[in-house]
Design a protein around this ligand. Structure first.
Ligand code: IPM
Ligand code: MN
Length: 362
């Protein structure tokens, strides 16, 4: 009997199904050769789930996720559901999933493969060699803080969210960042707004304490979020691991994504709970959905991060090589296409990655 993993797959909305289809085929092809089998449990999330079940994430689907080995997710949201508010928004389904699975640490690696340093809107020499990891806190901060609400009317109408962190929440996410730094170049930059926000002062104090107590071998610096946004585009090479709160991490990871020329390239893993969630950083891009033009690389690399978690490291590495080799060959989806390269579709890119990945798998 080959090893078998049960994976809940939530393609979601917009280009989610387009890119997840490629990720799934890639894992199946590699598994076939490497000797493991995936039992895919396909379910609805986000807008697709509103349409199917009347809620962006049902308790039944969440329960299925809780008993799987991992969750592979595409993207959620779109204009069709934009009139929904509160917990009926597609995005709320995603937040419920993250919270429900206790996935408090969102890992977003940003690498600029040599083949893509020319594709960056920044100077090639400024981005070449970029290799950083954003560790974004994912189940706290202003995304979940209470009170939150909207009340009253006219000029007196008011709306508010609360940015709140407990010491325990900062402690545990900082340890994830320090542990990754140990496996990488040994540097952590903690990003906050401690010159203004008292929640950031706690954040900074806790990170500093954890550092002194348990990670004195790692070099730690603190940076205000406004400066961090600027430094990311001026000199991304200075960063190894960036650890930050939910909202700042959301914003900075999109900014970092531009370094390689496209948000479509970036994968992520949300870990810390019993079951991890693996999803590309990009959104649902409804305008290009179903046209076979979306970039599947972010989703394929997310599946590769999933295989690392499942202890299928060789297969994960083969997929990463597959992506690099396809890009080196000059294959470019529409988001990255320029003169002199080969324009490929979503499925065309998937095919090329699979072909190279299978060759790379020893
Ligand atoms: C992301 C997305 C989500 C977020 C949205 C869709 C809720 O932007 O994963 O970065 O803000 O976390
Ligand atoms: Mn985002």
């Amino acid at each position: 009997m080959p090893k078998s993993y049960s994976i809940v797959v939530l393609p979601g909305d917009g280009i989610g199904p387009d890119v997840i289809n490629e990720a799934r085929q890639t894992v199946d092809a590699i598994g076939n050769k490497a000797g493991f089998n995936i039992e895919w449990i396909e379910e609805a999330a986000g807008g697709a789930s509103i349409d199917k079940y009347g809620h962006p994430l049902t308790d039944e689907v969440l329960d299925k996720c809780k008993s799987a080995h991992a969750v592979l997710l595409g993207a959620v949201g779109g204009e069709k559901w934009d009139h929904h508010t509160g917990e009926m928004r597609p995005e709320s389904g995603l937040l419920k999933l993250r919270k429900g699975l206790g996935a408090f640490a969102n890992l977003r690696p940003v690498m600029v493969p040599d083949a893509l340093s020319e594709a960056s809107p920044l100077r090639a020499e400024a981005v070449r060699g970029t290799d950083l990891l954003v560790v974004r806190e994912l189940t706290g901060g202003i995304y979940f803080g209470r009170p939150a609400g909207r009340e009253g009317s006219g000029p007196e109408e008011r709306a508010y969210n609360t940015m709140v962190y407990t010491a325990a929440e900062v402690d545990r996410v900082s340890r994830v960042a320090f542990e990754w730094a140990r496996k990488r170049s040994g540097r952590v930059t903690s990003v906050d707004k401690a010159n203004v926000l008292v929640v950031s002062q706690l954040w900074r104090d806790v990170i500093s304490r954890v550092h002194t107590e348990d990670y004195a071998d790692i070099s730690l610096n603190h940076m205000y979020v406004d400066n961090a946004a600027m430094q990311l585009v001026l000199n991304p090479g200075q960063f190894d691991v960036i650890v930050t709160g939910n909202l700042f991490g959301d914003i900075l990871s999109d900014a970092a994504a531009t370094l390689g020329g496209s948000l479509g390239l970036l994968p992520s893993a949300s870990v810390g709970g019993p079951v991890g969630i693996f999803e590309p950083v990009h959104g649902s891009a409804p305008d290009i959905a179903g046209k076979d033009i979306a970039n599947p690389v972010g989703a394929i690399l997310s599946a590769s991060m999933m295989l690392v978690e499942l202890d299928e490291g060789d297969s994960a590495a083969a997929i990463r090589s597959g992506v690099e080799l396809a890009l080196e060959d000059g294959a470019r989806t529409a988001d990255l296409y320029r003169d002199g390269f080969e324009r490929v579709s979503t499925s065309g890119m998937g095919d090329l990655v699979r072909r190279h990945a299978l060759k790379a798998l020893k």
